[in-house]
Design a protein around this ligand. Structure first.
Ligand code: F6R
Length: 608
């Protein structure tokens, strides 16, 4: 939700900022802009729409400077027009500011500044900060002092960075909520809202804490904490490969990331499972048997696709660790009064570790005494900082806005958490319980071999306007996920339903215009799923089946059969979702949708 990049050093600034913005564009693509300092002046170029518009504009009016900032916007305050694009320059043209997040009290501040004679040219909350900081520049004497004073008056969750015409070659940045990562190079420093933007230039990074104010120069970083004390923040070495953040010959990141799943899954369980004993262990999360025995229930907190992973996690933890599990939308949990105590293990599930709703729910659980674990993909993100333990999903950078490899690695991570809780609670474990994990990457690879058939299917179904997805038990969340993928990528209305519920309402929708995707794998509910498919067929709906059976078994009922390999019931959802991801992708592509950057969405939703 808005991408931020900044650079001070010896390289050409604008190409570096544009390269960083290209990697951050998934965070928002309503407008983009850069500001550089050239001969003591602010030079700002902004354009409405996607980054390419800015690139075109810069090609027509090339600029560069000694240091600068770049921004890609996901609109919150004010429509996606050029006047609302960042960087936002203050009314006296002394500084430029880029911002991610929301200033909740911007209106009273704006009224006050207008009364003091400050002019505004945008509808944003961002411009209020630019003018507020500028209003303190003379009294405070420098940019850092002015920012420190302004931040004392701001309410909300936000991160921003500024450059000014003071003559100092510096960037000043502040974090209160959304992440800011600082990169350290040889006589150069970087700033970004996501480490993926910095990978090509440096792997040594520092994550700002909430309340931190940083000054970046080519000589390095100076950081002050919320009390104004100078602090050193721990430096981390990024393990992600810059190539992972490229399309690598694929037409879209989404397709590339779908294909990366076998490796990402392998990386997520690799080194954590002993296949001879069935034991599981993590680097950043442990509970001794006494602590594990004290857990009475688990709360899984997440949003969107990560919530669907949580719904599968409920089955896994209940069945394997024999603990009751609740799954909650982050946005709902914090606004009710959940029953939480020291016996609660709350698990926040989040690819980005930045989702405001999930973070608030995690905080709410922690405040009420829960133990807190994060299942997360991004090193150093806020979810990993507030939790006492972290199980990283090793998916690598996920750039496509629709989550694919992040989802399947979350399922693997939750499976491992379930096994770990089982083991630490003294329930029997053994090699048989983990044996199928070793086959999982190969099984996902096999499911990917259906790509050609699914592309063909998409040709047939891409003009439909509604889809229904049905699943039972542990595959019901996969029906939800299949429907979510389709609607966000192709803008087709799609609903996921527990198959048994169809007769209680949705069956009224079925006619020739409604393709129904049925997940019919395993033995437990296969016959029941067959019954549901018959009901669809009897009402002329098109039946699409995802199955691990021989297609001949479904010949009479299904119009289309997508074959997946068979695994244990607990791991089967991970292969079942693969054809659904491909179906959504190819339908979206055929409809001409922008599958990597669907309209109205952003990858990290850092506002509530
Ligand atoms: C859907 C999707 C979103 C995210 C949700 C949570 O494809 O990507 O639904 O899953 O916004 O994001 P994280 O996992 O970063 O907390």
């Amino acid at each position: 939700m808005c991408g931020i990049i900044g650079y001070v050093g010896h390289r050409k600034v604008v190409p570096l900022l544009l390269d960083g913005l290209r990697r951050l564009e998934y965070r928002g693509y309503d407008s983009a802009g850069v500001t550089v300092i050239r001969d003591g002046e602010l030079v700002t170029v902004r354009a409405e729409g996607k980054l390419d518009r800015l690139v075109e504009r810069l090609a027509g009016e090339p600029v560069d400077g000694s240091h600068g900032l770049g921004h890609t916007r996901w609109a919150t305050h004010g429509p996606p027009l050029e006047r609302n694009a960042h960087p936002m320059v203050d009314a006296r043209s002394r500084l430029a500011l880029i911002h991610n997040g929301i200033i909740e009290n911007f209106l009273p501040l704006k009224r006050r500044l207008i009364a003091e004679g400050w002019e505004f040219s945008s509808d944003t909350d961002t411009e209020v900060v630019a003018n507020l900081v500028s209003s303190y520049l003379d009294e405070e004497g420098d940019l850092r002092g002015a920012v420190a004073r302004a931040t004392r008056e701001l309410e909300g969750l936000f991160a921003f960075a500024l450059v000014s015409i003071s003559g100092e070659r510096e960037i000043v940045a502040y974090r209160q909520g959304p992440p800011l990562v600082l990169g350290i190079g040889e006589r150069e420093t970087f700033l970004a809202s996501d480490p993926a933007a910095l990978l090509t230039y440096t792997k040594d990074v520092v994550f700002l804490e909430n309340g931190d104010l940083a000054r970046l120069t080519e000589d390095g970083l100076e950081i002050q904490d919320a009390s104004g004390e100078a602090v050193e923040r721990e430096s981390h070495r990024l393990l992600w490969d810059p190539i992972q953040a490229e399309k690598g010959g694929y037409k879209h990141f989404m397709l590339k990331e779908i294909h990366e799943q076998p490796q990402a899954i392998q990386d997520t369980f690799g080194g954590r499972v002993d296949f001879e004993t069935g034991e599981v262990g993590f680097d950043y999360f442990s509970l001794d048997p006494e602590e594990a025995g004290a857990i009475r229930e688990v709360h899984l907190l997440a949003c969107g696709t990560s919530l669907h992973a949580g719904l599968v996690g409920k089955f896994l933890i209940e069945e394997l660790a024999r603990l009751p599990v609740q799954v909650d939308y982050g946005s709902e949990y914090r606004y009710r009064d959940p029953i939480v105590n020291e016996g609660t293990l709350a698990i926040g599930v989040s690819q980005s570790g930045e989702t405001a709703d999930t973070l608030s729910a995690m905080e709410a659980a922690k405040e009420r005494g829960a133990r807190l674990l994060a299942v997360c993909n991004v090193l150093g993100s806020q979810a990993t900082r507030i939790a006492e333990g972290v199980v990283y999903t090793h998916a690598g950078p996920e750039i496509g806005v629709a989550s694919t490899k992040a989802f399947t690695t979350q399922l693997v991570a939750l499976y491992l958490v379930a096994l770990y809780l089982r083991q630490q609670r003294g329930l029997p474990i053994g090699p048989e319980i983990v044996a199928d994990l070793a086959h999982l990457p190969g099984a996902v690879d096999e499911a990917l071999q259906q790509e050609g058939a699914i592309e063909e299917m998409a040709r047939k179904y891409h003009l439909e306007e509604d889809f229904l997805y049905l699943g039972r038990g542990i595959n019901y969340p996969i029906a939800l996920e299949g429907a979510l993928k389709l609607k966000e990528i192709s803008y087709i209305h799609a609903e996921g339903y527990p198959a048994g519920e169809m007769k209680h309402g949705p069956i009224a929708l079925i006619d020739q215009q409604l393709p129904v995707v049925n997940i019919a794998t395993g033995d437990k509910v296969f016959e029941k799923m067959l019954g549901n498919m018959q009901e669809v067929k009897a009402r002329d709906g098109a039946v699409i089946a995802v199955t691990d059976r021989d297609p001949s078994e479904l010949e009479e009922i299904a119009d289309e059969v997508l074959r997946v390999p068979r695994l244990s019931d607990h791991l089967q959802p991970i292969v079942n979702v693969v054809p659904l991801q491909l179906l959504a992708y190819f339908v979206g592509v055929r409809r001409g949708a922008d599958v990597d950057q669907p309209r109205n969405l952003a990858k990290s939703v850092t506002v509530e």
